[in-house]
Design a protein around this ligand. Sequence first.
Ligand code: AMP
Length: 299
Amino acid sequence: MRLVTTFAEVRRQRRGVVGLVPTMGFFHEGHLSLMKAARADCDTVLVSLFVNPLQFGAGEDLDRYPRDLERDQGLAVAAGVDVLFAPPLEEMYPRTPATAVTVAALSAGLCGPARPGHFSGVATVVAKLLGGLQPQRAYFGRKDAQQLAVIRRLVADLSLPVEVVGCPIIREEDGLALSSRNIYLGGDGRTAAAVLWRALSAAAAGVEGGERRGAALKELVATRVAQQAEARLEYAELVDAEDVEPLEHLDRASFFALAAHVDGVRLIDNVHFWMNEDGRVKSELGVRLDGPSILYGER
Ligand code: AMP
């Protein structure tokens, strides 16, 4: 594996079908699952590692965001990555960018109000990575479902020649979705954080039991989260998977997303729903590290 710090050098390393996995580093099994997915269907697996200041708001955790390049290099080698692109700030933004990419409608709901400018920062850096590295495929986790919708729309609106591949959420044994930010959780907070998974599982069980009303699912989730004193719900909403608009009824591809503050740490999570051709709903909660199979139900 090569560690590369410039766009020009990455382009020299490209061979065959190139799959890009954009990350902010401090790898965990969620990141590794994207690298493995890319390894399975691309000739060159390219991972970018850049803690992008544009997507952090004032007072967010840019300065203390976890970083460990040496460890990440070892994990990337083990995952079969060909090129790890870790540009310094001056390579990524030699000048303050005068161009910003904003996918306005899809950025307004869910995390939008709490993180103004966040999705524009994400869309701008992803557009830059896609333009500068020119992968044929790009891999993103459904953990960040709103982000994935924003990127799909950006690629469609700007006719970028890349296939966006969404991958399932990877979870700890107790259901907590892996996240680089989980290290901010103390012992009690870490235990309490599993309530997000329990709440989303309750929503999936509700859907499997025939519930289709967005408001009823929200009620189910809010009740579950309220049972955990350390957790404070920021939002919980059923939305259309493509345009991220709130849904009154689950009648199409969608996801139920929530954000909650646990022990002072802001966590996000979701469960995805798809309609089968016969009208039944399939729910996908992701993959647990201790279980081989994807966690989903059907009804
Ligand atoms: P980040 O480094 O947090 O910006 O994440 C880089 C990529 O990894 C994004 O596409 C995320 O959606 C994805 N990702 C983060 N956590 C998980 C997870 N638990 N399961 C699957 N993908 C994830």
